[in-house]
Write a protein that binds this ligand. Structure first.
Ligand code: 5RP
Length: 230
């Protein structure tokens, strides 16, 4: 699986040109991309990156990739990031690694987003992977009730749980928020649910990435498949 992730990352790297401003994703697949980018930089390629998490910032610095922020530059040419699920419209579930907020801000500031993944992430209908919803701790129960109501309006339901870190404490995002993971099974109308979640006070961001990815690079046992959004 790790070899497939690296293959997808290597294919995406072919889209990187000298001088580009890049969004750098988070997770085990994006980590390969940053590694490979670091090798290019060491050989003289000039790029500058905006990391989507503190983990990616640390890795990029260790790899020698120059970094900037979205306060210093006005747009990014390309973001390369992983995903937890990707459907045929290239709508995504992201946030398994807890970086969805910065990932979405960075993707939205990019001219193009390429998703890199092993082909197990490809699904007919989003929702098998628990949907991460980043929330403010204040008023959590009220926010969760509003989320349940949005789910009902969208025709979905399922258990929700506040994400825990490996040490058993509540997982805290880079932005200082919490994440509620919703086990929905299937999300028949992801764009509609995304819109409903976005307007709930207390929801900082959610893991539905609608209309952001333009290209998906999926690596499988049979080779690499590149899917362009229609
Ligand atoms: C982090 C993410 C990751 O891109 C997603 O979880 C996929 O990770 P991996 O490449 O390790 O499977 O959204 O917030």
């Amino acid at each position: 699986m790790d070899a497939l992730k690296r293959q997808a990352a290597a294919r995406a790297l072919e889209h990187v040109q000298d001088g580009m401003k890049l969004g750098l994703g988070t997770g085990s697949t994006a980590k390969h991309f940053v590694d490979l980018l670091g090798e290019k930089v060491a050989k003289g390629m000039r790029v500058i990156g905006v990391p989507t998490s503190e983990a990616t910032r640390a890795q990029a610095q260790a790899c020698g990739v120059p970094l900037t922020t979205l306060d210093e530059i006005d747009h990014l040419d390309l973001t390369v990031d992983g995903a937890d699920e990707c459907d045929g419209a290239l709508n995504l579930i992201k946030g398994g690694g807890g970086a969805l907020l910065r990932e979405k801000i960075v993707a939205a500031a990019s001219d193009r987003m390429i998703v890199i993944a092993d082909d197990s992430k490809w699904v007919d209908v989003l929702g098998r992977f628990p949907l991460p919803v980043e929330v403010i701790p204040f008023g959590l129960a009220a926010t969760q009730r509003a989320i349940v109501s949005a789910f009902a309006q969208s025709g979905v339901s399922g258990q929700m749980e506040v994400r825990k870190a490996k040490d058993g404490h509540v997982f805290v995002t880079d932005g200082g928020h919490w994440i509620v993971d919703a086990h929905l099974g299937k999300i028949p109308d992801a764009p509609s649910l995304a819109g409903m979640l976005s307007v709930i006070p207390g929801v900082v961001e959610h893991g539905l990435f609608i209309g952001l990815a333009r290209t998906a690079v999926l690596a499988g046992a049979q080779g690499i498949r590149v899917v362009e959004r229609r």
